[in-house]
Design a protein around this ligand. Structure first.
Ligand SMILES: C[S@@+](CC[C@H](N)C(=O)[O-])C[C@H]1O[C@@H](n2cnc3c(N)ncnc32)[C@H](O)[C@@H]1O
Length: 354
């Protein structure tokens, strides 16, 4: 589906979250001012963010070896030799998009924005610890919009949170999150037994396929080598014991998946950076499908989405929302990539009832 290019231009003009990439911060402006690039970006699938999709498609082709001078600006391709942004960067990007318009359009019309950011596994681990504090019972875990399912393995990673370490200290996957007021957090070493871990995704990447792994890599900004290394380590850990990831739209298959969970068993349902990729008119149905997981047992539902909030320290972030038997509340404000998280006292008000 080709989108309205004014909407696409607005997406590039108002894009947030690109601060850690000088290259993409520059290219956002280049695209906004070029009608041909906007028309190309308009080939992005309905509901998907055209910024992530266009930059991901170009990055994917460069990672696959497209021989082009544009590669010189990508540290992910040429390493330390990468050129800083200069007056030739925009023209190089424009020429690349013209030369590779067919494969770019093909990627935009077939691929989804599926960035699987392992740092966000802290949300899963936090949810497990909160449930453990409420009940010793085994827990079923569901991640809606889980991409490759890397965050469903939050019990296999090493965490450094607010200066303390948790989890599997021998894990090659190391997640460091800056947390002031860490005393508000539950004990992240006390987890319940996980009875089942299930992911749901529109198009789960296949961890054994080079192209799918490359697409996940391409969605990480070219300068973010730490995040790329984290992804690689998690892909290797998870490939040895992948969680069950069901293919389908959560709106359609969610209720059937919910019906398979053991009656009365506590369940943790999580979605992070997934609802933002659901077309706006379908979000109420998405919310209904997620709520349906609470019909068969006590549920804690955690969501880290595009809910703009100000953290207690004054920095802008997104709200981490918790929904339990008594309703929804913001229990923390975090950076969207979970570089930091500021817990709120409401973290300790949760009630696991059914
Ligand atoms: C940006 S990724 C986030 C992945 C993971 N939650 C994380 O935080 O690393 C969003 C994922 O949501 C999936 N998705 C979007 N809409 C969906 C829907 N209606 N049902 C199931 N999955 C969906 C996409 O396929 C994609 O893999």
């Amino acid at each position: 589906m080709v989108r309205d290019i004014r909407t696409v231009a607005e997406a590039f003009r108002t894009a947030r979250g690109f601060d850690s990439s000088p290259l993409y911060s520059h290219l956002l402006t280049v695209v906004v001012n070029d009608e041909t690039l906007l028309e190309l970006a308009a080939r992005t699938r309905h509901g998907q963010q055209p910024t992530f999709a266009l930059f991901g498609a170009v990055h994917y082709l460069l990672l696959r070896g497209a021989p082009d001078p544009l590669a010189e600006y990508y540290p992910s391709v040429v390493g330390d030799r990468a050129r800083p942004v200069d007056r030739h960067t925009g023209p190089a990007f424009t020429r690349f998009c013209e030369a590779y318009s067919t494969p770019i359009a093909s990627l935009l019309s077939t691929r989804l924005v599926q960035t699987n950011h392992v740092q966000r596994a802290l949300v899963m681990r936090l949810g497990l610890a909160l449930l453990r504090r409420a009940s010793p019972a085994p827990v079923c875990v569901v991640e809606v919009g889980c991409s490759a399912g890397l965050n469903l393995r939050a019990d296999r990673y090493a965490f450094s949170v607010g200066g303390a370490t948790f989890g599997d200290r021998t894990s090659p996957v190391r997640i460091r999150v800056e947390v002031p007021e860490a005393a508000l957090l539950p004990d992240l070493n006390q987890l319940p037994r996980i009875a089942d871990a299930i992911g749901v995704d529109l198009d789960p990447p296949d961890l054994t396929e080079d192209d799918d792994r490359r697409w996940l890599r391409a969605l990480i900004w070219p300068e973010n080598s730490h995040q790329a290394a984290q992804l690689q380590a998690a892909l290797d850990v998870v490939a040895t014991d992948p969680p069950r990831v069901l293919r389908g739209n959560a709106i359609e298959i969610g209720p059937d998946v919910a019906a398979t969970l053991p009656h009365g068993a506590p369940r943790l349902v999580v979605h992070t950076a997934a609802r933002i990729h659901v077309p706006a008119e379908q979000r109420p149905a998405f919310d209904t499908a997620v709520a349906a997981f609470g019909a068969g047992g006590p549920m804690l539902h955690l969501a880290l989405e595009d809910d703009q909030r100000t953290a207690p320290s004054g920095r802008p972030g997104v709200g981490l929302t918790a929904t339990d038997a008594t309703g929804s509340r913001t229990i923390a404000v975090a950076d969207g990539h979970l570089a930091w998280l500021e817990p709120l006292p409401a973290m300790n008000d949760l009630q696991l009832r059914w």
